[in-house]
Design a protein around this ligand. Sequence first.
Ligand code: AMP
Ligand code: MG
Length: 405
Amino acid sequence: MIELEAARARVLEGCAALAPRRVELRDAVGLVLAEAVVADQLLPPFANTAVDGYAVRAAEVAGATPTTPARLAVVETIAAGRAADRPLGPGQAMRIMTGAPIPAGADAVVMVEDTNAVPDGETVEIYRPVSAGDAVRPAGDDVRPGDRLFLPGDVLSAAHIGVLASLGRTDIAAHPRPRVGVISTGDELIEGPIPLQPGQIRDSNRITLLALVEAAGGIGVDLGLVRDDEELIRAAFTEAARGCDAIISSGGVSMGEFDFVKRVLDEVGRMNWMQVAIRPAKPLAFGTIGATPVFGLPGNPVSSMVSFELFARPGLRRLAGHPDGRLVRAPVRATSIDALRRTPDGKTHFVRVVADNVDGRHVVRNAGGQGSHQLAVMAAANALVVLPDGEGVAAGDEVSVLLLG
Ligand code: AMP
Ligand code: MG
């Protein structure tokens, strides 16, 4: 058996970040940035008002109260999107809307709630004093030219994209989402509502793995269900290696007699056949066809999901350009409400649990049966306890947990 970390290291060696390309901002959320972004302009680009109100000279409204308002002549209205025609003179105010530029000569804005427009239409009464700078958003308050805003490796969030749009950018260099082909193999598999013949089951891995690929930031490419037939399996893998950045298959990597996946992958690719010291998901095939990484995951539904989490997800994240420190989910500490008993077998166990947050602390309880075929338990679970080799833990013990999703 090979230890988890050693097996994962082999996987990561076979996965390199996909070459960056220009991506429209609209398609860039979640992608890993591949350039440094340095600001070349001010944001906001000009001083503007944070409120609807009146642009004034603060000194002229210093003594204003509701009973002794300051009275100023309203000489102009400045809507957002245009600039004042003239500077503000002594004794004057300008009606101004949020986002409109502060006129020259003004140094503060009184919010409209603290004013009264006199019915003559030409005068405003100001009921409260303001200090210079009040309700003014200075130019460059957010971003200044030369600011080093974003670095390669940053994940583009909604806010990142908004900043880039504010700077006038329409596209950005980023690592693309990996296109990941997903294949199911096995003569026992069928799909859809047609009645099961003796010995048949429905393919669940393919749709599950496609969903996991998407959740991991990849593009799932459905490569279908392939019979246990050497020719068909060869055709499926060679085709997939041409059209995809990675391939994930499930089934046929254990010791079964009719597992042609192994024979074909050894012929068309360079593979590592591993027995990893974990449970579930002990068998793992990983290698490359040409430069395309291939993950041969075990067929049991829970095993294929756990194997995806521990091996394929980190590999796909590397393809997507995430730096080394961000490939693997960091475990959190939690209290186990249930005893999680096991027997020593040289393996790390991944126990399906339901994790909750109680008063800011993680607690977990057993999600149910731990068989690698019990997919409904996986559906009920939202986390995996990492249970080191040994006798397990007692109720109330601290455990290390991978929070999924
Ligand atoms: P294998 O790894 O091919 O030996 O399969 C191990 C177990 O997983 C067997 O019980 C298979 O029937 C089951 N299995 C394999 N592929 C799938 C699949 N795509 N969906 C559901 N179960 C599967
Ligand atoms: Mg099989």
